[in-house]
Design a protein around this ligand. Sequence first.
Ligand SMILES: *Cc1c(COP(=O)(O)O)cnc(C)c1O
Length: 385
Amino acid sequence: MKKFETLAIRTQSERSQYNEHSTPLHLTSSFVFDDAEQMRAMFSDEVEGNIYSRFSNPNTTELIQKICALEGAEAGWATATGMAAVFTTFGALLKQGDHVLACRSIFGSSHTILTKILPKWGITFTYVDIDDTDNWAAAVQENTKLVFVETPTNPGVDILDLEWLGEFAKENKLLYIVDNCFATPYLQQPIKFGADLVIHSATKYLDGQGRVLGGLIAGKQNLIDEVQGFARHSGPALSPFNAWVISKSIETLAVRMDRHSENALKVAQWLEKHPQVELVKYPFLPSHPKYAVAKKQMKAGGGIVSFIIEGGVEKGRQFLDALKLVSITANLGDTRSIATHPASTTHSKLTEEERNEVGILPGLIRISVGLEHADDIINDIKQAF
Ligand SMILES: *Cc1c(COP(=O)(O)O)cnc(C)c1O
């Protein structure tokens, strides 16, 4: 079995008649059949092949094969965005009357799907506090179908124990789905801990350069068959261009994640010593409450650091305004460092009580530490205080 770096580079679709070294872009909405009989056979799934790019395209197929190789998954699917991947997964696997268990702090739009969209079809959910393992068992109902979690969480950078959750899901016969966006398969492979499916916003580290949107789902073949059946007809297909960009980007994922993690650890260590910082959350800081779990399941701490600045909302906003190098933008996982103030932006639609429940305190700042030189990132943060 080849190593991660090699798989990320050498998982490549077959060369065309031009014998190109780098995979070309296949911008075509449909594919030609040799004859009517071949068309019939492909439409009835007797023969594999490309029919129409809403179903498959050589560029999306290459990307899917790559994510499967990296996550250790049997099968996968690609979608237009990370949220399309989340919604497609729920749409394919849940039916009226089903119940979902989710960790309390999940990505904002995933929260909206659970609280506003799925209830329209009679699908209910319960949020569970991540810290208390007893809570998970108590929240299981007769109609509970799946467990949906993120780790590290956004924006609190909390850590869930993937191994424990895997055992819990198995014991209770629940599907176990992990949004692996923050860690990427280079730092963490949830399937090893029993996850049935892994979801990605490829928009973040997999592209890694803030250019395109994309989503991926990878895991058990029988579940991906359901996902495929749903997605082929409901149409959240990833564009071949974006698939091509993301597949190229993944060639450098390992070196980028090493550097993101190295820079982020330096930023976290620096912040921890600053007198105006109340708390720093970074998985590979020994002060993180789940440091041991992070060490068990992650290769490095990743690129996201959260901290609480003294002085609440006002000071948090002033800090953001004073940054000169670090960008204020809604993305993360970019080469460029990015800072956000969740209480006044991404999580402003939650009530204050809801924000407190998911640990979004008024002074919380999230930094997606980029690939600029660590000294320059730290100097910018320093002058912004
Ligand atoms: C960004 C993000 C998503 C959504 O991905 P999009 O590509 O923006 O649709 C889902 N989960 C997590 C953890 C994210 O950070």
